[in-house]
Design a protein around this ligand. Structure first.
Ligand SMILES: [Zn+2]
Ligand SMILES: [Zn+2]
Length: 375
């Protein structure tokens, strides 16, 4: 709505600029009841009038907004957090009338009907824990999901076999009851039958008249290769059945992946740390590296340093979106022997005599500069 074309809020409510809180509230209540769309289904502009009154009320009933409006008009209400044109008219309305009548379901004009209509069933969430390898290669899993199913004994009617339903005596089968309260007549959902209009003479013993029973639904689900911790799979229409014949909700399967004893996963790459001794590091070697399939030979180049990373191509995880498999990244850790035999020690000592000693710090920093200074 263009602010320029907006009517003055006091004019909308039909009150003076000095009207008090009670006067404003009373004026709004009168207009709201007059224009409420549920009472005026044949008047297309009723909803606009109703919203206009609600907006005016939401401003004039709030001292801060009213002060801003009094000083600057509609322009004073533009911007942060103000109840501008996007007032939630209906929630304001039920607030004000709710505390007045102490009921929430006013104007349920055909409310019983609305409640009785078909609705979509609830979604069901299921947590599934799988092994590390299963996440990498995928699997077909049998799961049992608890959900409601139509009762087999009464075929969902809720009535014991051979018996039927009869009209609810409280509402005479209408599903709602009419209250007279002052100048208002209020329709409310019948509590005796829950708005259905019928009560069961002899409820089904299997489902206690609910027509639905708790069941374990067996499902086979195919989990694709490459899923990861937190991956959520959606299975359409495997959730709860919708009330009153509505469509089923969905089933969400949330995956939890058990960690692997020595493989770590980052996206599609796998990582592991493999220790080598100093002779393997110095002379080079061929070692066996465990992968998710059979062990693989890996050539360690001579002179390898601790922290070096070697890759086994395509021994990682398949990309969920298709495409190439990731790598297995082998982190080399050079281990210094700590318990030498007498003979090993002798060999080490010989080696020491022939190796050049260079203990200069690896990275140029403050220490380097100090050493340069004293050199
Ligand atoms: Zn039943
Ligand atoms: Zn009833």
């Amino acid at each position: 709505m263009n602010p320029v074309s907006k009517r003055d809020y006091y004019e909308v409510l039909g009150v003076g600029r000095d009207a008090g809180e009670q006067e404003i509230k009373a004026a709004y209540r009168k207009l709201a009841l007059l224009h409420h769309p549920d009472r005026n289904p044949e008047h297309a502009d009723a909803e606009d009038r109703f919203k206009e009154a609600s907006e005016a009320y939401s401003v004039l009933s709030d001292p801060q907004k009213r002060a801003a409006y009094d000083r600057y008009g509609h322009a004073g209400l533009q911007g942060a957090g103000s109840a501008g044109p996007n007032v939630d008219a209906f929630s304001d309305f039920s607030d004000i009338l709710g505390d007045f009548f102490g009921v929430g379901d006013l104007f349920g004009g055909g409310g019983g009907q609305r409640r009785r209509g078909a609705q979509r069933g609830e979604d069901v969430h299921y947590n599934l824990e799988i092994a590390f390898e299963e996440a990498v290669f995928g699997l077909s899993a049998d799961i049992q999901v608890p959900r409601m199913e139509t009762c087999g004994r009464c075929s969902g009617s809720g009535a014991a076999p051979g018996t039927g339903a009869s009209a609810c005596p409280t509402c005479r089968g209408r599903g709602e009851v009419l209250y007279q309260q002052g100048f208002l007549s209020i329709r409310r959902t019948c509590h005796a039958c829950g708005g259905v209009g019928q009560i069961l003479r002899s409820p089904c013993t299997q489902c206690r008249g609910q027509g639905r029973v708790q069941a374990q639904r067996k499902l086979k689900i195919n989990i694709p290769a490459g899923v990861d911790e937190g991956t959520r799979l959606r299975l359409s229409n495997e959730g709860q059945p919708g009330p009153n014949g509505g469509p089923y909700g969905d089933l969400y399967v949330l995956l939890k992946v058990r960690p692997h004893p020595f493989l770590e996963r980052h996206e599609t790459d796998l990582h592991c740390t493999v220790p080598v001794n100093i002779t393997q590091a110095a002379l080079g070697a061929e070692i066996l590296v465990p992968t998710l399939e059979e062990a693989q030979k890996l050539k360690i180049p001579e002179g390898v340093q601790s922290g070096a990373q070697l890759r086994l191509r395509h021994k990682g995880v398949p990309a969920l979106s298709g495409g190439a498999r990731g790598d297995l990244v082998v982190h080399i850790e050079v281990r210094t022997p700590s318990r030498l035999t007498r003979e090993q020690r002798k060999l080490m000592e010989q080696l020491r005599e022939s190796l050049p000693v260079d203990n200069a710090p690896a990275e140029k920093g403050l220490f380097d500069k100090v050493r340069d200074y004293f050199a």
